[in-house]
Design a protein around this ligand. Structure first.
Ligand code: PSV
Ligand code: MN
Ligand code: MN
Length: 424
């Protein structure tokens, strides 16, 4: 299904008067409003193909119906999201869950909806039916060279699919690790991972990057071979300029100061990008901004300051992606909420009085520094997001428009109630 712009406009017309009043109110206190709106309009966040179906847990899965049954339908769903918010202009594929059998027609469908392909993700954490060697004891770090070789070849195959689609990065998340002390020689596991990644790195086209994701635990519960940003950065540094560290917000132990990690990775030119989600306990994959929106704002504050200092383009210099799993919500609604939450944090970071903050820091005026940050954080910037969306032809309120247009009902009519999207 495809959402026509005039339908979105019709719903916008009902909301426009209230929107104008709200915008006027917030605009008064903002310096350089137009520049802020332009940055918000240019900002896009990639949608992972695996978030378009209802996620499950190991205990069960409760499909909501109307889920995409094919790669084409996943792309159509991202088209719906992008038509509503004008901020989701790419999709990230996961191989082999998404095999682009006919790359040129897949590419044509995407570009017809204004979409392109973000990073491609490899999968060496599950065994596939036709696979020779098992990943039970890991993949790129495996003690057996034949297993490592199989995992390397899979990553190269993923790069080749990505090349056909116009992707520019390979995203690698490994579940490699150990469950019990003594199971693994840490140093050998790390060395094997490095050597395997080196071969994959050598297969990257010139204009490609490899993003190395880290995660402290799960599915392994004693050690993970790329368990934190130090291990990922060590690999990225040894590999070279095309390798960098990917930060998934849920991949930190509770209370980790993620904003500080981000600030230093950016300083080193080694921040690949983000997987946005939120968590209370572990890798919960909850909706970004649903648990700790202040942390999200502090992360964006570091990003905006660090990127401006280095003259980086906010929207294109690094990868922006959601990585969440919706067990109980409509996946499209959840993704709309996610993009909205990210843009809110970004807008709040854009309106921080940077000069006043630097002065307060230089004067060790701790209370004032906090006031400055919280002034921005406590500003209701939602009218700015709505205005940027409106200017780009999107909806003033994407979720209410999605509901008003009964998009899910239409998808259920088209696809049925018993649909299960491929993915986690
Ligand atoms: C598993 O933790 C995970 O959520 C990682 O964050 C990956 O990015 C994602 O799965 C897809 O492989
Ligand atoms: Mn992730
Ligand atoms: Mn994860």
């Amino acid at each position: 299904m495809q959402l026509e712009k005039y339908i979105i406009d019709e719903h916008n017309n009902e909301l426009i008067d209230k929107h104008r009043r709200n915008l006027e109110q917030v605009a008064e206190g903002i310096n350089g409003l137009d520049a802020v709106l332009k940055k918000l309009a240019a900002f896009n966040i990639a949608i992972p193909s695996w978030a378009l179906g209802t996620g499950g847990t190991r205990f069960g899965r409760f499909s909501g119906g109307g889920e995409p049954r094919s790669l084409e339908e996943k792309i159509e769903d991202v088209g719906v999201i992008h038509a509503l918010n004008r901020s989701s202009n790419s999709i990230s594929l996961h191989i082999p869950w998404d095999i682009p059998e006919n790359a040129s027609s897949i590419k044509a469908l995407a570009s017809q909806l204004g979409l392109h392909f973000d990073a491609v993700n490899s999968n060496t954490f599950q065994d596939q039916p036709d696979q020779k060697h098992s990943y039970k004891y890991g993949s790129l770090h495996h003690v057996d060279k034949a297993v490592r070789e199989q995992a390397i070849q899979h990553n190269i195959e993923v790069i080749n699919y990505g090349v056909q689609l116009g992707s520019k990065a390979l995203s690698v998340w490994l579940s490699d690790g150990s469950n019990f002390p003594g199971q693994l020689n840490f140093r050998k596991a790390f060395q094997n991972t490095l050597e395997s990644l080196q071969t994959i790195y050598d297969a990257l086209p010139d204009d490609w990057k490899v993003w190395i994701e880290y995660k402290p635990f799960e599915p392994n519960f004693y050690s993970t071979t790329i368990g934190d940003w130090g291990q990922s950065l060590l690999l990225a540094n040894k590999l070279g300029g095309k390798a960098a560290t990917l930060v998934d917000l849920g991949h930190h132990l509770p209370n980790t100061n993620i904003e500080q990690i981000v600030s230093l990775l950016l300083m080193e030119g080694k921040l690949a990008g983000f997987h946005f989600n939120d968590s209370k306990y572990g890798d919960d994959d909850l909706t970004v901004g649903s648990i700790n929106p202040y942390q999200l704002f502090l992360i964006f504050n570091e990003l905006v300051e660090g990127m401006d200092t280095r003259g980086m383009n906010h929207s294109t210099a690094i990868g922006w992606m959601i990585d969440a799993s919706h067990n109980v919500k409509d996946p499209i609604e959840d993704l709309l909420q996610s993009v909205q939450a990210i843009k809110i944090a970004y807008a709040q970071a854009l309106i921080v009085d940077k000069k006043a903050l630097t002065d307060a820091q230089n004067n060790n005026d701790v209370a004032l520094a906090q006031e400055i940050l919280q002034d921005a954080y406590r500003t209701d910037v939602r009218p700015l997001i709505a205005e940027a969306s409106l200017r780009m032809g999107g909806a003033l309120n994407p979720i209410s428009t999605f509901r008003r247009l009964k998009v899910r009902d239409q998808l259920i009519k088209e696809r049925g109630t018993q649909t299960v999207a491929t993915g986690l």
